[in-house]
Design a protein around this ligand. Structure first.
Ligand code: NAD
Length: 261
């Protein structure tokens, strides 16, 4: 990734990342570590992925990596994870919510259980996590919350309906969080990426091979390439930095202009 921040930019910032074992979450965690963050907490259901991510972070120089195995669909597990983090430390400055799952298919075929799980992980967990952390950030007098939404919320894309519905909740939450928590010096923003080159692509069902799918997607993009996690991480760092004090309640597309085509 481009080095937009100095090695010490985040040396005194403590970061919580949900979905920290995922491709985008891990890239964001690495970027924070490269910019000096010494304490990072990862929340994910994938314990093995988290432990790999933690090893990478330690090699970069992050001295304290906390791994919280949690099913974000479960409110009690979320509460336990956040209690554990705040039991160890009271000063968490940044929350990045990147955990998410995808269930595709035409609306006529989406099962009620899949709808519920999408809503629980992609929408409700973002609300619950943010609220618990924001309450503590209010005591700290400062906080930055960055959500990963989706550019699917801008369109009516076939086979994306349930996923997009779960992600659009984040956009509305962002705006309300921004106005309710802004007076406590907490800024809340959402980044909406287009399709990115991650294992998320594996979840896209259909009868075309990934190679063909990639070519089709690239062709639709003005920049003629797929988005990479390394395109997203610098924006997260910027929004988490002191340079972004007046950016609050923004829903920022990161799609190479694809929504305009
Ligand atoms: N990759 C894309 O094309 C793309 C595009 C737009 C938005 N997004 C969003 O970006 C975020 C990260 O996606 P990614 O591409 O890194 O995918 P990923 O699958 O690599 O990462 C998602 C992470 O969320 C975790 N997770 C899923 N369900 C969970 C649960 N119940 N409890 C705890 N953790 C859970 C997974 O274990 C995984 O580590 C997601 O919110 C996704 O919706 C991705």
């Amino acid at each position: 990734m481009n080095e937009v921040f100095s090695k010490n930019a985040f040396h005194d910032k403590h970061i919580i990342i949900s979905g920290g074992a995922g491709d985008i979450g891990m890239e964001i965690a690495n970027a924070f570590a490269k910019a000096g963050a010494k304490r990072i907490a990862l929340l994910d259901i994938d314990a093995r992925g988290m432990s790999e991510a933690a090893n990478k972070l330690k090699k970069i120089g992050c001295t304290s990596v906390i791994e919280c195995e949690v099913d974000l669909a479960d409110e009690n597990e979320i509460k336990e994870a956040i209690n554990k983090l705040y039991h160890e430390y009271t000063d968490w400055n940044v929350l990045a919510t990147t955990a998410g799952l995808f269930v595709g298919g035409p609306l006529t075929e989406i099962k009620g259980d899949d709808w519920d799980r999408l809503m629980a992980v992609n929408a409700r967990a973002v609300f619950l996590l943010s609220r618990l952390v924001a309450e503590k950030m209010m005591i700290l007098g400062q906080g930055k919350i960055i959500h990963i939404g989706s550019s699917a919320t801008y369109f009516g894309t076939p086979r994306n309906g349930a996923y997009a519905a779960s992600k659009v909740v984040i956009n509305q939450l962002t705006q309300t969080m921004a106005v309710e928590w802004g007076p406590h010096n907490i800024q809340v923003n959402t980044i909406c990426p287009t399709v990115a080159e991650t294992k998320f692509l594996n979840y896209v069902s259909g009868d075309i091979s990934h190679k063909k799918l990639r070519e089709t997607l690239k062709d639709k993009m003005p920049l003629k390439r797929l988005l990479l996690p390394s395109d997203i991480a610098p924006l997260v760092l910027f929004l988490a930095s002191d340079s972004a004090q007046f950016i609050n309640g923004a829903i920022i597309p990161i799609d190479g202009g694809t929504r305009l085509t």
